[in-house]
Design a protein around this ligand. Structure first.
Ligand code: GLN
Length: 467
């Protein structure tokens, strides 16, 4: 496993390590393991080496070192990096090169971080296993034959395989937290509005948030602090101040939300953890969450509606793939979209168009908006009585490649526990807590009040017990 960025930086400043050597180590890992993992679609070898050399030169001259100098990260293939391909792992964006940087990329760059590659993902971030990518599935970094989770499966596999300190993903319904859980990492879905969406390819705009994944909690917090904060280029960006995290005693009054039907090893891991926390003076209370049945339908009505609108811009005229033999504008649109989009994306565009159609709008879309509001209010009420909510990140450990691809409903149900925080906008942190007997990771999810990311970090620290 890669040492944490903080450890690397300290060693560099003591003269015991160099950024170039750390970058070369990561590049060697990529060369050795990326062909079988398929986690990265592109590696920025020369740019990374040049940047690392420049930071080593700064150290040699005792020049001031920016806060993230030499931190290695990858970006999901739906976050724009100027001058590089950007594809959302879709054929429809074939050949498209981004003319600008996403705000998160600008900020990490300004802080000295080094972008080492572009990560595979489910097409347009739609999926839970990374099996919907036009560039092939990503393998689980620990056990072959299993999925790494999705849709940020490439980001998760890259972070778990030691290709980087931090990976950027996007989370619309769990796509940072669930792959982080499947790969034994920390993963944060920030409060909605916390991190700028400027330069993120939109899936469902009122849900999407960029978030970091990392094997190391400190590194995740560091990256989060630099990407978070108001951005005038995103109209939904929050002006709420981002307070630097200071280790504090953890909040101790936790409400636990445990649905029926959890995988026995997941349930066991959670009850064991509850017991340990209680011995340490935490108040853990199991509460009856009344809305489990509403999460998936509400999520899929609203996100497909937004997706059908957001994806209307891929028409064969402005970006990427254009059908070769179109005879009219109409056939150009139809053929380019038919050829460019994969099956799951088409399914969601159709579903979204249906729920927004004049005859069904009130029955589905309006109703789902009402449920969303109710969920938010219920959660705010719950968080006025408890410090935070604890729930599994996924009801099951990682599943096998191909296990759910023929049944979209089964695949959708695997998002049950993560869609909740996107529906309400609250921040949620995935924390690795245990492993199954087969050696696959199990994760816990912590949800807190709006903008209280620091509270989640404090709680996670209490569980690792150090920092
Ligand atoms: N798995 C969920 C979906 O398919 C979540 C995706 C995401 O968060 N981008 O929609």
């Amino acid at each position: 496993m890669t040492p944490s960025y903080r450890a690397l930086r300290a060693a560099v400043l003591r003269g015991e390590a160099t950024f170039i050597a750390a970058t070369e180590t990561a590049l060697n890992e990529i060369t050795a393991h990326n062909p079988s993992l398929n986690a990265l679609l592109e590696v920025y070898t020369e740019e990374a080496l040049t940047a690392a050399r420049a930071w080593d030169a700064a150290v040699a001259k005792r020049a001031p070192l920016p806060p993230l100098a030499g931190l290695l990260y990858v970006h999901k293939d739906n976050i724009a990096v100027a001058g590089h391909r950007l594809g959302a792992s879709s054929r429809i964006l074939e050949g498209f090169v981004s003319p600008y940087n996403a705000t998160v990329i600008e900020r990490l760059k300004a802080a000295g971080a080094i972008c080492i590659g572009r990560a595979n993902c489910d097409e347009f971030a739609m999926g839970s296993s990374n099996e919907n990518s036009a560039y092939g599935p990503v393998a689980h970094p620990w056990l072959s034959g299993y999925v790494p989770g999705g849709s940020s499966g490439g980001s998760a596999a890259a972070a778990a395989a030691g290709f980087c300190h931090v990976a950027l993903g996007s989370d619309t319904g769990g796509s940072v937290r669930q792959p982080a859980a499947f790969c034994g990492l920390y993963g944060l879905k920030p409060t909605y509005g916390r991190v700028s969406r400027y330069g993120l390819i939109a899936y469902a705009s009122s849900f999407d948030q960029i978030g970091p994944l990392s094997a190391n909690l400190e590194d995740l917090i560091l990256a989060y602090e630099y990407i978070a904060g108001f951005d005038p280029r995103d109209a939904t960006s929050s002006t709420e101040a981002v307070e630097p995290y200071q280790p504090t005693p953890p909040p101790k009054k936790w409400a636990w939300l445990l649905p029926e039907g959890l995988h026995p090893e997941v349930e066991q891991a959670l009850t064991t953890l509850q017991g340990r926390l209680q011995e340490r003076g935490f108040h853990c209370e199991n509460i009856d969450f009344p809305y489990w049945d509403y999460l998936i339908p509400t999520y899929y009505v609203l996100t497909t509606a937004e997706a059908s609108s957001n994806l209307a811009r891929y028409d064969g005229v402005r970006y990427g793939h254009r059908a070769a033999e179109a005879t009219s504008l109409e056939t150009l649109y139809a053929r380019s979209r038919s050829e460019g989009f994969g099956k799951e994306v088409k399914r969601r565009i159709l579903l979204g168009t249906f729920v927004l159609s004049a005859g069904y709008y009130d029955a589905y879309y309006t109703r789902a908006q009402q449920v969303r509001r109710l969920l938010y209010e219920y959660t705010e009420e719950l968080l006025s009585q408890y410090d935070l909510l604890a729930l599994p990140t996924s009801a099951t450990p990682p599943f096998r490649l191909g296990e759910k691809t023929t049944d979209p409903i089964q695949m959708y149900l695997s998002d049950l526990l993560t869609t909740y925080a996107n529906l309400t906008g609250h921040p949620a942190l995935q924390v690795p807590i245990a492993q199954t007997q087969a050696g696959l990771p199990i994760g816990l999810q912590l949800m807190g009040p709006m903008y209280a990311e620091n509270l989640l970090f404090a709680a996670a620290h209490a569980m690792v017990g150090n920092l």
